[in-house]
Write a protein that binds this ligand. Structure first.
Ligand code: SF4
Length: 322
């Protein structure tokens, strides 16, 4: 398992500014000291409730946001502090598929222009070669070449997401952040899009960071899964292991919320209802950030932040129970 990307102590804070002088009065600590690796060719699922920092993590890794601190080592080079000019060769390698297939495509551009624009920005090809590339990409995502002359509003949500995927693929990326790519789609077409993403990954050797708000969505596509809570990574391991042996109380609660088809299993499994609210990321409480909602919380949980550590076999967890 060769790491494509190593993330070390990554932080992304958004300052809250007040007054005429725009003085920073507080920080929203969206991503607060997160470390993990993404292996070449894998799909790493990233899961947590809204506001946990999963999308910000994805966007910061590909430098849509400038990290506050920490390292993003891509293919051996730390890209965290590179200037926009120095980033240019990396921009092509890292792409994003957005959640909302309605908002993420420019309504005034034809599908061909949307895909072609990505090719033009990176000056990859022109003329006939460019046209053929656009046709090839449309074909790869299950659309046809006549669609190139049409506009996004003429397509369904699922088809628009396919256009977004074609746009991301246009520049031959290595790594794609898939930001809840199926959440906005009808259940009937979610599986189609997932299967297509898997086929494309196999054919093109892609690496995915797959962001989702619940564990059922990432189960089949992920090799490993990371669980985030309030800006922190709380658990990370092989996908099967996470479903069989979830260690962090938060992961256990998330898993208990997924419906199981087998009635015997369903009866055996107890739904864990989380009490309490997610604390504000503006001034997160000391100690474990989950303590207000954790049924196992003990005194040390309020005093000391649990360390995110490998308990063996690459099963990482941040909890004082272990
Ligand atoms: Fe619960 Fe303590 Fe573990 Fe946090 S560190 S999840 S409060 S047991």
């Amino acid at each position: 398992n060769k790491a494509l990307i190593e993330i070390k102590n990554l932080k992304k804070y958004f300052p809250i500014k007040k007054g005429l002088l725009k003085k920073t009065v507080a920080n929203v600590k969206a991503v607060d000291d997160v470390s993990f690796t993404i292996n070449k060719g894998e799909t790493l699922g990233l899961v947590g409730e809204s506001g946990c920092g999963k999308t910000t993590t994805g966007r910061t890794i590909i430098k849509l946001y400038q990290p506050t601190s920490g390292q993003i080592i891509y293919g051996g080079k730390d890209i965290a502090k590179l200037s926009e000019k120095e980033m240019a060769p990396y921009r092509r390698k890292m792409q994003m598929i957005f959640q909302d297939p309605y908002a993420s495509l420019d309504a005034r551009m034809t599908v061909g222009d949307i895909i072609g624009e990505a090719i033009d920005i990176h000056k990859l090809m022109t003329g006939k070669e460019r046209t053929e590339r656009i046709q090839y990409l449309l074909d790869r995502v299950g659309l046809n070449s006549e669609h190139a002359n049409r506009y996004p509003h003429e397509f369904s949500g699922g088809q628009r997401q396919r256009i977004g995927i074609a746009r991301a693929l246009a520049v031959q990326p290595e790594f794609i952040v898939c930001d809840e790519p199926i959440s906005a789609l009808d259940v009937s077409i979610q599986a189609q899009v997932i299967n297509m993403l898997e086929d494309l990954q196999n054919d093109m050797g892609l690496t995915y960071l797959f962001v989702a708000h619940d564990l059922s969505m990432v189960k089949h596509i992920s090799n490993r899964i990371g669980v985030m809570y309030l800006g922190k990574m709380v658990e990370l391991c092989e996908s099967n292991e996470l479903y069989k042996k979830p260690l962090h109380p938060y992961t256990q609660a998330l898993l208990s919320a997924i419906p199981v088809p087998d009635p015997e299993q369903a009866a055996a499994r107890q739904r864990i209802v989380l009490e309490g609210e997610i604390p504000s990321p503006i001034d997160p409480p000391p100690g474990c950030r989950f303590k207000g909602r954790c049924r196992y919380a003990k005194p040390i949980c309020s005093q000391q932040e649990p360390v995110f550590k490998d308990l063996g076999g690459g099963h990482f967890v941040a909890c004082h129970l272990y």
